[in-house]
Design a protein around this ligand. Structure first.
Ligand code: AHM
Ligand code: MG
Length: 339
């Protein structure tokens, strides 16, 4: 048996050979994200020890209007720094910034990629030591490569993603990514400071026993969604809801199930951000054999992206369970109700 450790760097370089004409930029970008993830991981782990916890005093909210925690800002800064320094991308857009940030080329090098990310998803969990994660997506720019990147480079459909991934800062730290040829997972070995290949060619189970939804909003959901949730409960599915989408989707990717965040009265378009959360996670889940659609039954990756902080509803997970949700919506949204 070959027990040789394969590090993330080694794996990425090996995979570069799968892409004819690859210039090494994408490889470099993924490595930069890996480095940023290690720095963020270090801070997440010692967050209880330093004065970095708590809500940022300087800001009342992020670009999407939600509360921002200090560690989010730290993670945001580190990701931007790591991506800026290498010049492997020509711009970034973050959930924590109103606008995208163009990155000038280093020397005479102009990159053809832009990166989108949610630096620390699940920020309400930071203060209580519960899993949070970084989500990212990489697009090939569409604007003229001679000038700075433009908004249009970031407003591409999820189906146009070149790569996507997430880092989960949990009981162990795991980086999962895809470049559209399967999904692989790497666990951070703190003793050597390297992400090591631990989950090769991840396949989501076709069905599962878990459903993940904020059931506290039950009465605020449309009738078809309430009927679907009743069905999950009637079937004795197990409810798990961490409140970090990245952690909830991670469980489902490995154990099977469905994660749903429908429209509510407070969030008529859904709460989660299409660019930073829904698209990258949908690309990964589809690559692993799963499905992702809005609760209005449109494939997430086909949605038009009109602005950076657009929200969407989402049902994501095991293919048979997403299909079942779809069947419920089709059945009950067509039936007139009086409640
Ligand atoms: P965040 O990016 O500000 O942390 O917000 C996104 C999070 C998701 O990770 C999670 O699924 C959702 O918000 C939880 O929202 P709610 O508390 O409404 O259930
Ligand atoms: Mg988030």
């Amino acid at each position: 048996m070959n027990n040789r450790i394969v590090t993330l760097d080694e794996f990425i370089i090996r995979r570069q050979k799968d892409f004819p004409f690859a210039s090494g930029e994408l490889t470099g970008l993924l490595r930069d994200i890996g480095v940023a993830a290690k720095i963020v991981n270090r801070e997440v782990n010692k967050a209880g020890l330093v004065n970095i916890l708590g809500k940022a005093a300087s800001q009342d909210g992020n670009a999407s209007g939600d509360q921002v925690q200090k560690l989010d800002l730290y993670a945001n800064d580190k990701l931007i720094d790591c991506l800026k320094n290498s010049g492997e991308c020509c711009g970034v857009a973050s959930e924590e910034n109103e606008d995208f940030i163009p990155i000038p080329g280093v020397g005479n090098k102009t990159s053809k990629y832009v990166v989108v990310f949610d630096p620390l998803d699940g920020s309400s969990n930071i203060d209580v030591n519960v899993s949070v994660g970084t989500i990212f997506g990489i697009y090939r720019r569409t604007s003229d490569s001679k000038g700075p990147c433009k908004l249009e480079d970031f407003l591409q459909k999820g189906a146009d993603l070149v790569a996507a991934g997430y880092v989960l800062y949990g009981t162990s730290t795991l980086l999962v990514y895809t470049t559209g040829r399967g999904v692989n997972g790497f666990t951070l070995d703190p003793s050597i400071g390297e992400f090591c290949l631990s989950h090769k060619d991840i396949q989501i189970p076709k069905s599962g026993n878990y459903y993940s939804v904020n059931q506290g909003y039950y009465l605020k959901f449309d009738v078809e969604m309430r009927r679907y949730i009743d069905q999950c409960s009637d079937m004795n599915l197990r409810l798990r809801y961490i409140g970090s989408m990245v952690a909830d989707v991670h469980r489902i990717l490995f154990q099977g199930g469905i994660f749903v965040y429908p429209n509510t009265r407070k969030y008529p378009q859904g709460k989660l951000r299409l660019v930073y959360e829904c698209n990258p996670l949908s690309f990964i889940v589809e690559q692993a054999g799963g499905k992702a659609m809005t609760v209005q039954l449109k494939r997430i990756l086909d949605l038009e992206v009109k602005h950076l902080h657009q929200r969407a509803t989402i049902a994501i997970g095991s293919p048979e369970m997403v299909d079942e949700m779809k069947a419920f919506v089709e059945r009950y949204s067509a039936t007139p109700t009086f409640d």
